[in-house]
Design a protein around this ligand. Structure first.
Ligand code: PEP
Ligand code: MN
Length: 268
C-alpha cells in the first residue's frame, strides 16, 4: 500500500488534545467486557484516580465459544457514556459486526476494530467514515502486509487518524496465549510511521506475565498500550486469566512511567 496517497496524521489529536503522539505512550486500561454498571463505574473511578485517561471495555464481545457471555450490549454502552461524563475519560470500545456498528461508533471516542473483525469490510469502511480515530487490531492469523492492506479500506473512506495494534499472532508456541510479534510491529512502524499500540494482555494471556511484557512494550517506544484490568479478576466474565487487579495495574503504571522517562517518551 502506498501511504503517501493518503493524508494521515502521524500524531493523532482528538478534541484538540493529543491522543496518540510520537512523544508519548498512552495507556488505555479497563476490563475486557462491560459486565454491569457497578463494575464499570467502580473500575473507571479507580483507574481515573490512578491517572488513566482512556477507559477500555467491550460492550459487544465476539466470543469463540457459543453460550459464553458476550458483553452487556447497548445498555453497556450507556454505562460507558456515564464514565465519560462522570470521570472525563475517553472511551475505547470495539464494534464486532454491522449489527452494533452504529450504536458503538456513536458512543465511542476511538473506534476499535477487533482482531477477529480485521477482515470485515463493512466495519472497516464504516469506521473510516466516522471522523473518529480508529484502532485496527491485527488478526492473529494475518501478516503485517495483510493488515496494512486491510487498513486501506479505512483510509480510502477519508480517515486521517489511524493507529495499528499488535495483539499477538498464532505460532507453534503455546506457553502464552499468542505470540506478541514485536519485530512485525517494528516493521509496521517503519513502513507506516503511524501510531503503534501494543496489547500485552491478549498476547500473554496470563496475568503473571502481563506486567513484564507491558514494560517491554513501553521500552520499545510504542505510542499506546492496552491493558485489561478487572476489579476482581477471578470473577471476570471474559478473559479472566489475563486480567490485572487494580492494585497490580497501579504498580505497573508507575514503573511504566519510569521506563518512559528513560527512553524520552512520556507515559500518560
Ligand atoms: C479486546 O481488546 O478486548 C479484544 C477482544 O481483543 P482482540 O480483538 O485483540 O482479540
Ligand atoms: Mn479481552
Amino acid at each position: 500500500m502506498d501511504f503517501t496517497k493518503y493524508e494521515i496524521n502521524k500524531d493523532i489529536y482528538y478534541q484538540g488534545k493529543p491522543l496518540f503522539t510520537q512523544d508519548k505512550c498512552r495507556v488505555m486500561a479497563g476490563p475486557c467486557a462491560v459486565e454491569s454498571r457497578d463494575q464499570i463505574l467502580y473500575t473507571a473511578e479507580k483507574l481515573r484516580d490512578a491517572g488513566v485517561t482512556v477507559f477500555r471495555a467491550g460492550a459487544f464481545k465476539p466470543r469463540t465459544s457459543y453460550g459464553t457471555f458476550m458483553g452487556a450490549g447497548e445498555e453497556g454502552l450507556k454505562w460507558l457514556e456515564e464514565v465519560r461524563e462522570q470521570f472525563g475519560m475517553w472511551i475505547i470500545t470495539e464494534t464486532s459486526d454491522s449489527e452494533n456498528f452504529e450504536a458503538v461508533s456513536e458512543v465511542t471516542d476511538i473506534v476499535q476494530i477487533g482482531a477477529k473483525a480485521m477482515y470485515n469490510y463493512s466495519l472497516l469502511k464504516g469506521a473510516g467514515k466516522t471522523g473518529k480515530p480508529v484502532l485496527l487490531k491485527r488478526h492473529f492469523g494475518s501478516t503485517i502486509d495483510e493488515m496494512v492492506k486491510m487498513s486501506e479500506f479505512i483510509l480510502a473512506e477519508g480517515c486521517h487518524d489511524l493507529a495499528y495494534c499488535e495483539r499477538g499472532i498464532r505460532t507453534f508456541e503455546n506457553s502464552s496465549r499468542f505470540t506478541l510479534d514485536l519485530c512485525g510491529a517494528e516493521a509496521l512502524k517503519h513502513m507506516s510511521g503511524l501510531p503503534l499500540v501494543l496489547d500485552p494482555s491478549h498476547s500473554m494471556g496470563y496475568s503473571y506475565g502481563v506486567p513484564n511484557i507491558a514494560k517491554a512494550c513501553v521500552a520499545m517506544g510504542c505510542e499506546g498500550i492496552l491493558i485489561e484490568v478487572h476489579h476482581n479478576p477471578k470473577d471476570a466474565m471474559c478473559d479472566r486469566d489475563q486480567a490485572l487487579s487494580v492494585e497490580q495495574f497501579t504498580e505497573l503504571y508507575e514503573t511504566m512511567k519510569q521506563i518512559g522517562q528513560a527512553i524520552g517518551k512520556e507515559v500518560i
